[in-house]
Design a protein. Structure first.
Length: 264
């Protein structure tokens, strides 16, 4: 069990980003946040994706109403008013809503619109780690996440085109660092949907490690049926089936992340 050092500090804010869809980004965000909570790390998961899949993964359905991330960004509600508590005592969720998709157009004339999320989060010390699930695009919402964050985690599917588009994401991170957020840095790449029986998975892993030495998490997230099923039950995999290989892998990933952040 990890015990995070609790001297007063601002939370570590981590954007989970990849403009490619279907790489396991939301799965990583949801289950990494849940695993950190199991380690008793006070954690907030922010759903920035208008599809609201990270919210649904905890049984939070936008159709039932309630405050969401756009309300907080616009100042219509405070962070503490909008978060939802989960059955994991150390984890809260700030849900999303399809209305968030209109933000880019509605806020076109707002000053410092790239910093709305950062301003909304303020200097909260309620959480040790904040995980932001970004939409699968390098637009306004992802930019807000990158401006608010200090670290970026990039999930990558173990498939032939794994590195496709990654250069653009790295450029976006560099541009954000130069223009808005000098503290932003890549924390690491997470290889997802890894099949140890598949030679291609091993080849992709080797290619990624070669291109990004020292920047790839050792933990590989496997293809796992229980991991894929858990969102439809409104639970992260650790609550849906604690014995699943997907649950163990995300616990390992959370432990590795805490080691990298030196929070253990």
């Amino acid at each position: 069990m990890f015990h995070v050092k609790h001297e007063k500090r601002s939370p570590v804010i981590i954007a989970v980003a990849n403009q490619k869809g279907g790489v396991g980004k939301t799965t990583t965000s949801v289950n990494l946040a849940a695993s950190l909570a199991v380690y008793e790390v006070p954690t907030l998961l922010i759903d920035m994706d208008p599809q609201a899949n990270a919210s649904l993964a905890f049984g939070i359905d936008y159709r039932a109403g309630g405050l969401h991330v756009y309300d907080v960004m616009l100042g219509r509600a405070g962070l503490s008013e909008a978060v939802r508590h989960t059955e994991l005592g150390s984890l809260d969720v700030l849900p999303s809503h399809p209305d968030v998709v209109a933000a880019e157009v509605e806020l076109v004339d707002v000053e410092d619109r790239a910093g709305l999320l950062k301003a909304a989060l303020g200097s909260s010390d309620r959480y040790d780690i904040i995980i932001i699930d970004c939409p699968p695009a390098l637009g306004f919402l992802t930019l807000n996440a990158l401006v608010a964050a200090s670290r970026v985690v990039v999930p990558m599917q173990c498939e032939f085109y794994a590195l496709d588009g990654l250069a653009r994401l790295v450029q976006t991170i560099d541009l954000t660092r130069r223009s808005w957020n000098p503290d932003l840095m890549l924390l690491g790449l997470v290889l997802t949907m890894f099949d140890s029986r598949n030679r291609l998975s091993h080849q992709v892993a080797e290619d990624v490690v070669r291109h990004f030495p020292g920047q790839v998490f050792n933990t590989r997230i496997p293809r796992n049926i229980r991991l894929a099923e858990s969102p439809s039950h409104g639970k992260p995999v650790i609550l849906f089936d604690v014995r699943a290989t997907g649950a163990a892998a995300h616990m390992d990933l959370a432990a590795e992340l805490l080691e990298k952040l030196q929070l253990n």
